[in-house]
Design a protein around this ligand. Structure first.
Ligand code: IMP
Ligand code: MG
Length: 175
């Protein structure tokens, strides 16, 4: 598929600018101590790399989890499973779940409950993208990069059937 077939909705510059703003907000909200960035593979891998570098303190701990939500390529089914768990104890720590996109909310509401049970000092969500129209489960998200309409997007970590993750901008996939 030719790249020109896809409409860019967020340029690399817009994304980077917004990440600086979110990082400044996070720095202000957590004036001291380590912050655990719990990034959800694979979609959030680029976002967490840029967000982590925008945060200035050395004690930014970068951790990964992988989740599978069985479904078709474009929708999650509501059945969420942890396929790779954290290998650190988050008890008593400030934790930010770092996600690429919140769509139905199924993945994040499951994950928030799961991690809450491990007794972090605080637990909040930062997502680059939010499709509020699609929400099936209510989730409190503290930091949102961009709200986008209900269109399937790729790039900057987000895939369609594992393709397009390497794009540095975000595009709507057009047939
Ligand atoms: P949720 O559980 O429905 O909120 O789904 C969130 C997950 O679905 C994300 O982590 C993505 O992996 C995937 N997803 C949802 N919308 C899109 C999209 O527009 N493009 C690519 N992946 C998406
Ligand atoms: Mg995906």
């Amino acid at each position: 598929m030719a790249e020109s077939a896809h409409r860019v909705i967020l340029t690399s510059e817009q994304i980077q600018e917004r990440i600086q703003e979110i990082a400044a907000q996070i720095e202000a909200d957590y004036p001291e101590g380590p912050i655990y960035l719990v990034s959800i593979l694979k979609g959030a891998f680029i976002f967490v790399a840029d967000l982590a570098r925008a945060l200035r303190r050395p004690s930014i701990r970068i951790e990964f989890m992988a989740i599978s939500s069985y479904g078709t390529a474009k929708t999650s089914s509501g059945q969420v499973k942890v396929t790779r768990d954290l290998d650190v104890n988050i008890e008593g720590h400030n934790v930010l779940i770092v996600e690429d996109i919140i769509d139905s909310g199924v993945t994040l509401s499951y994950l928030k409950r799961l991690l809450e049970a491990r007794k972090p000092k605080s637990l909040e969500i930062v997502t680059l993208l939010d499709k509020p129209e699609r929400r099936l489960q209510r989730v409190d998200v503290k930091y949102v990069g961009f709200q986008i309409p209900d269109e399937f997007v790729v790039g900057y970590g987000l895939d369609f059937a594992e393709d397009y993750r390497n794009l540095s901008d975000i595009r709507v996939l057009t047939p």
